[in-house]
Design a binder for this molecule. Sequence first.
Ligand SMILES: [Zn+2]
Ligand SMILES: [Zn+2]
Length: 285
Amino acid sequence: MPWTNYHHHCKYCDGVGELEEHVQEAIRQNIGSLGFTSHSPVPFDTTWSMKEADFDAYLRDLEAVKSKYSDRIEIYKGLEVDFLEKWPRQIKSWTDRGKLDFTVGSVHFVKELEDGKPWEIDGTLELFQKGLREIFEGNVQKAISSYFALTCQMLERDKPTILGHVDKIKMHNSKFPFFDEADRWYRDRLTETLQLAKKSEVIVEVNTRGIYKKRTSEPYPGIIGLKIMRELDIPVCLNSDAHHPSEITKEFEQTVKLLLEIGFRELMVLKQGQWCFVPLKGLVS
Ligand SMILES: [Zn+2]
Ligand SMILES: [Zn+2]
C-alpha cells in the first residue's frame, strides 16, 4: 500500500525545492496521496513563513502539478496555518481565500517577548530560554500551560483539519530537560487538549520530524501522548513535516511499528478528496 503525507513544505516557505521536484520524489518513494502545507503568511516578520504576495503563485503551482501528475499521485492543496492569539481566525480566512482542501493548525508562537516580538517556541534553545525568562519568569509549567491553552483556543475558535505537532513545546527537552513528561500537571494539560481534539473531530497528526532532525527519540506526540490518543480513540494521520524532498517518508516504517505496538490499527488518508481509514498493517512488512 502506498504512503501518504499531509504536512509538507517546499520553496514557498522555509522548505527547499520546486513543487515538481517534491512530487517526483514522492512518486519515487511510493507516496500515493500528498498534501502540501507551506507555512501560512503571518502579519509580522519571520524567516520561515510564506510571503503573502506568493500565495497565488503557490496555488497556481499546486494546480499545475496536480493535473500534470494526476495519473500517478493525488495532490492536495493545504497550508500549515499558525494560530495567533491576536489574529485568531487565520485558519478560516486562508482556507476560504485559497479554497484549500485541508489545513494543519499549529501553535508556534506564544505571547510576546519584552521587545514585542511573538515568542517562537520551536526556535533555538536560547530563544526558548529567553521566552521562559521574559514572559513566564522562568516558570516552565506556566509556559507550557499557556501553549496548551492556545492550542485549545484554536480547537474551539478556528478548527483546522489536522492538529499539528501537538506537543512540540517539549522540543528542547531531550537535550536540556526543562520538565518531566511523566509529571502529573503535564499529562493533565496534554490530556485536556487531546480530549478537546477528540470532541472537535480533528485528525491528530503523528509527526516524525523531531526524530530525523535528532531532536527527540519519539514522534510528536510522544509515547505518553500517543497512549492517551489511543485510549480516546482519536483518528491519526502520519506526517513527516518534510522541508526537503529527501525527507518525505523519513522514519515512517519505524513509526508505524510504534503505532501498531501502542494499539493503533488505522490511519486517516485522503482518497478522491475524502478522508477515509486504511489499515496500518498493510504499510509495513
Ligand atoms: Zn510546524
Ligand atoms: Zn511544518
